[in-house]
Design a protein. Sequence first.
Lengths: 447, 152
Amino acid sequence: MHGHGSATAEVVFGLHPMWFAGLLFVLSYVLIMSERVNRVIISLLAASLMIVGGVLTQKAAIEGIDFNTIGLLTGMMIIVAIVRQTGIFEYLAIWSAKQVNASPWGILVMLVLVTAVLSALLDNVTTVLLIVPVTLLITEALEVSAYPYLFAEVFAANIGGAATLIGDPPNIMIGSAIGLSFNDFLFNLAPLIAVLLPALLIPLYLIWGRKLSASPENRRQVMNYRQEEAITDSRLLWMSLFVLALVITGFVFAHDLEQQPATIAMFGAALLLLLQNIPCSYKEQSRNITQTFGEVEWTTIFFFIGLFIMVYGIETTGLLDLLAQEVLRLTGGDMATTAISILWVSAVASALVDNIPFVATMIPLIQNMETTLGGPEALMPLWWSLSLGACLGGNGSLIGASANLIVAGFAERSGQTIRFLPFMLLAFPLMLFSIAISSIYIYMRYL
Amino acid sequence: MTARSIMDTNPTVLQPDSTIATAMQYIMQHRYRNLPVVDEDGRFLGVFGVDCLLRLALPKAAIMEQGLHSVEFVRETLSDIHRRLNQHVDQPISSCMYDQVATVAPDTPLVETLLTLYRARASLPVVEMDSGELVGVISYFDAGRNILAAEI
């Protein structure tokens, strides 16, 4: 792969391409971590400098962008922007609370399940954005602290997101880069997730669950909620569920259909937009489309674009190959040591810094280990380790994942602020606990 | 002409340490929509009004930023709502007044004053820029009365 995009060997400022790209990359990383300048600005600036500095031509830079990731993310964001208007998230949250007779611990378990499943099928941020307000309503009615619920939902969102190709951006990136299918993720990661969720609930029960209680009067108030009234537009709901089912079926059979996930997601998005807008006038259609596209997180999309160019830049200089060989030298080229190291390092790194740039860098780095470790098949345990480390690591701190920050924002606005250190004191060990279970899983299944 | 020429220079005000219960009784009795809150030196702090009461009577999850869009599925009686409101009534009004409200200065030009009033959709506190002192209030009725009284 290396050398494809190199424009020239000469680089501005008299630096060798590897040094220039490497310095630019490290500087960007430090700036992203410092959180002094918005990450989108940094990634676009670094991407531009990779081109202006002569590491990449514009043509090469565009080749470096993984449009499958971009298309899949954008397509799913469009679908979610429509689905969220239907009230289905609120419906599911209330319905699940009533299934357990509004018992406080039962509701926590149910909300964890609902959050995990929705995060696996849609994105984590939207899931918590819509589940947390219902959670706050319910906890207020029950007169119980919202903290245990919000804490559990953060974990559920990040753990659930790890289960599928589309659940979390790291999985989308990994799956897209090496052509792993929806089914690959489902068969390889979902069984572990099914173990991790109950395993998480045990400590939560011991810490909070056994003390949670609510008066029959307050529980009755929750039982009086009418979940069917949460559905705002039942026609749109059925359309959304139809398209969502179609898209997921598409992902499952992507291999047989010989289609990439981005095509399936974008096709689904276009179809849902069509179904939503058929009965509308031309003017209403414009308004709907503008609104829906306004909800696409363009900042995330452009962050990815800049990042892909930046990482492609350092990759073409051969720097990542050098690093890969260095990692292999440290692990002695041993598969088990390499896989478990990637799992733990990714987890700790993702708890403290943005996991998206980390994964974007690790993907080509791991690809460079292919020849030494013996072909693409041999790399599989490393991919699962990277995915689990990056997704689950996000639970380690309040800034570990975007969903965490959303939940923290709600907590603050509801007057029950989640503080950084107290959260981390419990979340970090629990995250390590989930990584320990994952290590056993990886070792038993793949090594 | 400026804001000064149409303002009411002797407005009714509230003190920040009054309880919500006291302020509530007062504004309900006199049917005020909202009243300015000033400290003992006459400095403007914010406004407290009937919408604060509604805010306290509603579930927090619905009125917060990015909260629930609709609560159609919630079934509550007036007693439930009164109970929720009652949890807050012993707190001082400073805990729930709005401090991010539109104001004008006494020398703000007239048309700009009226535009601010129109956009605020509520009576407009007139605040001296340097001292932060409340020098008057302009209601829709103050504005309307003055406009209609002017010769064409």
